[in-house]
Design a protein around this ligand. Structure first.
Ligand code: PEP
Ligand code: MG
Length: 316
């Protein structure tokens, strides 16, 4: 029986009606990657590269980054690795990246904005990724995008780095949808991005105007809020118009109760911490798309997150 369970944990995740949903892992270290594979992850849907950049006095060298990315890719044994470019801002003290006097770091020079402000750091990160991650595993993802023009600016830096290295292989280049702007403009972004991955932590924070780190607000910040779900729906529509896949790598992907709604809104990839991979697969295997769509439609019409939660409890 244990063998059968292990085989199930490691086999692909297929819905009850035969549709494939990819279950990936969020990682922040090589140890995480080993654990993710043990737990049955089909790849990495979000590598948070911040771990390499925090708690130090100077930026990690290209060689150091390459060694770390290479180790993680190797631990994934050929599975896809979505590397997110550096996502930090003034909320995290990094002495070699002085960001001065921001009153609102969440609305400041963070994520892709910082990368475009310091393009030499971004180029170095791209070179490290391209030199260390085997091409068949390599995917790039950019955080905090608000529109297509930012994507173009980052991609130009990537293309230059790849060209200078003599790399002609096409590396899938995606963006995180974690600002309301990006969700609303998902159609124009999807025209030029290879995939979209929804960051529900930030998307919720920005949609509900509620600091995700403020404990006094924690009870009110629910990513199943219908306002957030409508942004996710818009993302699904925009991606479908261009035949792109949509995933979720924010915390909502870890909640098995949310899977029917997300799948009903067009999501085909869920990326979550290694510890929840098995329960997520088990839940998704019980679902049918037609039913997910009906649930999603009702969730979109709800007036509050509590209403959505009640709906999901009643239904599943
Ligand atoms: C998110 O915002 O949902 C996300 C996955 O990114 P992070 O939590 O690293 O900001
Ligand atoms: Mg985020």
């Amino acid at each position: 029986r244990r063998e059968a369970e292990a085989a199930r944990a490691h086999s692909d995740c297929v819905m009850a009606d035969g549709r494939r949903i990819e279950i990936f892992a969020n990682l922040a270290s090589a140890a995480d990657a080993v654990r993710a594979v043990e737990m049955g992850a089909e790849g990495c849907g979000l590598l948070r590269t911040e771990f390499l950049f925090l708690d130090r006095t100077e930026a990690p060298s290209e060689a150091e980054q390459a060694a770390a990315y290479g180790k993680i890719a190797a631990a994934l044994e050929g599975r896809p690795l979505i590397v997110r470019t550096l996502d930090i801002g003034a909320d995290k003290p990094v002495p070699y990246l002085p960001i001065h006097g921001e009153e609102n770091p969440a609305l400041g020079l963070r994520g892709v904005r910082l990368s475009l402000h310091r393009p030499e750091l971004l180029a170095a990160q791209f070179r490290a990724i391209l030199s260390a991650v085997p091409m068949h595993q390599c995917r790039i993802m950019v955080p905090m995008i608000v529109d297509r023009d930012e994507l173009r600016a980052v991609r130009a830096i990537f293309d230059d780095a790849a060209k200078a290295m003599g790399i002609s292989a096409k590396v899938p280049f995606g963006v995180m949808i974690e600002t309301p702007s990006a969700a609303l403009l998902a159609d124009s972004i999807a025209a030029e991005a290879d995939f979209l991955s929804i960051g529900t932590n930030d998307l919720t924070q920005y949609a509900l105007a509620a600091d995700r780190g403020n404990p006094a607000l924690a009870a009110k910040i629910d990513p199943l809020h219908p306002a957030v779900l409508r942004l996710i729906a818009q993302t699904g529509i925009g991606a479908a118009a261009h035949g792109r896949w949509v995933g979720v790598c924010g915390g909502l992907a870890s909640d098995p109760a949310a899977a029917p709604v997300l799948i009903g809104l067009g999501v085909t990839e869920l990326s979550a911490p290694p510890s929840v991979i098995a329960s997520l697969k088990a839940k998704v295997r019980t679902l049918r798309l037609e039913h997910c769509r009906a649930v999603a439609e009702r969730a979109l019409a709800a007036a509050s997150a509590d209403e959505v939660r009640a709906l999901l409890k009643g239904d599943f």
